[in-house]
Write a protein that binds this ligand. Sequence first.
Ligand SMILES: Cc1cc2nc3c(=O)[nH]c(=O)nc-3n(C[C@H](O)[C@H](O)[C@H](O)COP(=O)(O)OP(=O)(O)OC[C@H]3O[C@@H](n4cnc5c(N)ncnc54)[C@H](O)[C@@H]3O)c2cc1C
Length: 483
Amino acid sequence: MSEPERSIAHLDAKHFDVLVIGGGIVGAGIARDASQRGLSVALVDQYDLAFGTSSRSSRLLHGGIRYLGQGRLGLVREASREKKRVADLVPHLVEPMPFLFPTFRDGRWPRWQLAVGVKLYDLLCGGTNFGPSCTLSQQEMRTRLPSLTSPELTGGVRYYDAQTHDARLVIDNLRAAARDGTTVSNYAQFTGATRDGNGWRSTVLDTVTNTEFEIRSAVIVNSAGPWSDRIPGSGTKLRPTKGVHLVVQRERLPVPDAVVMMRGKRILFAIPWGERTYLGTTDTDYDGPLETPDCTDKDVAYVLDVVNRYFCDAGLAGDDVLSAWSGLRPLVAKRGGNPSDISRKHEIRMKEVNWWDTTGGKLTTYRLMAEQAVDKLMRHAGLSGATCRSGSTELCEGLPTDRISSVYPPPVTQAAVQHYCRHEWVRHVDDIMTRRTSWRHYVDDPDATAGTVAGWMADEFGWDEGKKEQEIQEYKAAGLTGR
Ligand SMILES: Cc1cc2nc3c(=O)[nH]c(=O)nc-3n(C[C@H](O)[C@H](O)[C@H](O)COP(=O)(O)OP(=O)(O)OC[C@H]3O[C@@H](n4cnc5c(N)ncnc54)[C@H](O)[C@@H]3O)c2cc1C
């Protein structure tokens, strides 16, 4: 594998078929699909790859059980089929996961209704879900979840979705794209574009050297997620909503399967993750800084309150929260209404000739969204290339994944850090601790691990003691905005 470039100077004045703005899952999926078809592609991200929402999700590949209740069967079918397809093509990043959905007397969804719903859920998956759903009696639910002590419990259902590692899905799509020729640059901010015939001349700022370069391309794709309506030239309007997740010791909430909890119309999850359980999420309108959506005491209290009502003996408190992440849903703006009711359907729009805005959508459906976007941009720009193959070829064929990329964080080793430094565009300690591995949210002493990682990175990059210490401090400061 060739080493990624550490500067974007080599891009200056080069011409590409497609320039992708944003290295989240949407941009990564598009770059991968386009390069697999033979197009020349450059992708830039202003921060690290997967810095935005795509490292701050619930990490589920799901059909969206709650959309069933809203009658959005088409959306559920589309996502259900894609979740299975991603499992086939990216097996190292997909763990099938059973979900327990308890029901209560006078609850919003009675057991019989959910029982019908989960059977429909299996069918919408093409009849090939990760496992068959079933209905559980009160006793069966208590056997699986003894800590669910409410006398109102009537039983529930058990159904399947899957767990992934969101940021790894992004990085592995970009590794595949780079293998097929895409030029990937992080810490490279798109600052504007002017017309160049039917194509574009874009300016990109290398934020490490503070130098501006020009990139020419036939097409621009704006995949900047929550930032996409702030991109100069964008035609989108967003209404971002915030969702937080809290990480606790697995033994403080030892759920055998994921558990679905309801508060009003909202659904929250307790999701087992190796030695940890994570809890979430909230869904509230947000108008603060996009880089650092916070996890407030109110957010923590809300999530813990829902969990403690279900698991009365758990008594989870703020001290139990080991870490947290907070992400923004890049939802397409519609006036008024409840954030949970805004459509999750993705949109791919040409604002003007050969400028495409991609918005909305989910981690689960990224591949389909990319296929649709590349089909459209090729047709309108008259670019010739192969038909889409992302739905039938393994993502990481020929790329190493063992002890590097998985749903659970890999063991902390120098070999893994060397790999990230040499082959995955890493520049900072936080890039490894948070997005390449999730060690920040998983290991017992993240600060000590960050020190070890900084030492190994110093060996790779030739950092002196001062730079190493600065990196550790920046890693810690980045965590303050999470928790
Ligand atoms: C709390 C929460 C939970 C979720 N859970 C799930 C789930 O379980 N399953 C699921 O399927 N979906 C889930 N989603 C939805 C999913 O995570 C998002 O739809 C998806 O990650 C959005 O990806 P994106 O590429 O559009 O945006 P992002 O990941 O935010 O990527 C956009 C990128 O653009 C870059 N950028 C911005 N401006 C510029 C610029 N000027 N120049 C260069 N780069 C720029 C940013 O740095 C960023 O890295 C969840 C979302 C949230 C918020």
